[in-house]
Design a protein around this ligand. Structure first.
Ligand code: 5GP
Length: 175
């Protein structure tokens, strides 16, 4: 597989991340304690980090990790928690930050997992959404872009651990 055409430019991504951060800042302007930005390793790190730089309310960072595609491009459908929350989220406002939602299986698993800790609120912020692939519905509060059903890389997203450092999002193509 090789790097294909650019789907979203670095500039378009940064512009949209700023807009999402503005909306988040407005919605959480009156919270009593810092907003917990909970991102999913490793793919969401670029997005969550950039988002946090534009958000104007106080934030805390936490991370979870789940098993996903491994080294291929197809989801196994089986989600496993590899790294749990380290912060106490009970009674706190939590914003789950996701790189991409495909079938929705990973996100709904995580959403239910965090919900069991009884946060005072839990919302979902996702950069890329592949709506046509959805198997399980997920409640998205903040969405960056709807994209077609391609396997994409860059801006945190990998293929075999490569391409995460690209500032644009590209389609992956066969050799
Ligand atoms: P879902 O459970 O929604 O099917 O998949 C979620 C996870 O699969 C994402 O967090 C991501 O790790 C991976 N994934 C889904 N689509 C893509 C894609 O187009 N490119 C990459 N690199 N990963 C993807």
């Amino acid at each position: 597989m090789k790097l294909g055409r650019e789907l979203l430019s670095a500039q378009a991504i940064q512009q949209r991340v700023r807009e999402l951060a503005e909306q988040v800042s407005k919605d959480y302007a009156r919270i009593a304690r810092p907003l917990i930005l909970l991102s999913v390793l490793k793919g969401s790190v670029c997005f969550a980090t950039d988002l946090s730089r534009y958000v104007t309310v106080p934030v805390n960072f936490d991370y979870v990790a789940v098993s996903s595609y491994g080294s291929g491009t197809e989801s196994s459908g089986v989600v496993q928690l590899l790294k749990d929350l380290t912060m106490e989220v009970t009674g706190r406002d939590v914003l789950m930050v996701e790189d991409i939602i495909d079938t929705g299986l990973t996100t709904s698993f995580l959403f239910e997992h965090v919900q069991r800790h009884r946060p005072s609120s839990l919302k979902l912020c996702v950069l890329l959404n592949k709506e046509e692939r959805r198997v399980k519905p997920v409640p998205i509060s903040y969405k960056g872009f709807d994209i077609p059903n391609h396997f994409v890389v860059g801006y945190g997203l990998d293929y075999d651990e490569l391409y995460r450092n690209l500032s644009a999002v590209h389609v992956l193509e066969p050799d």
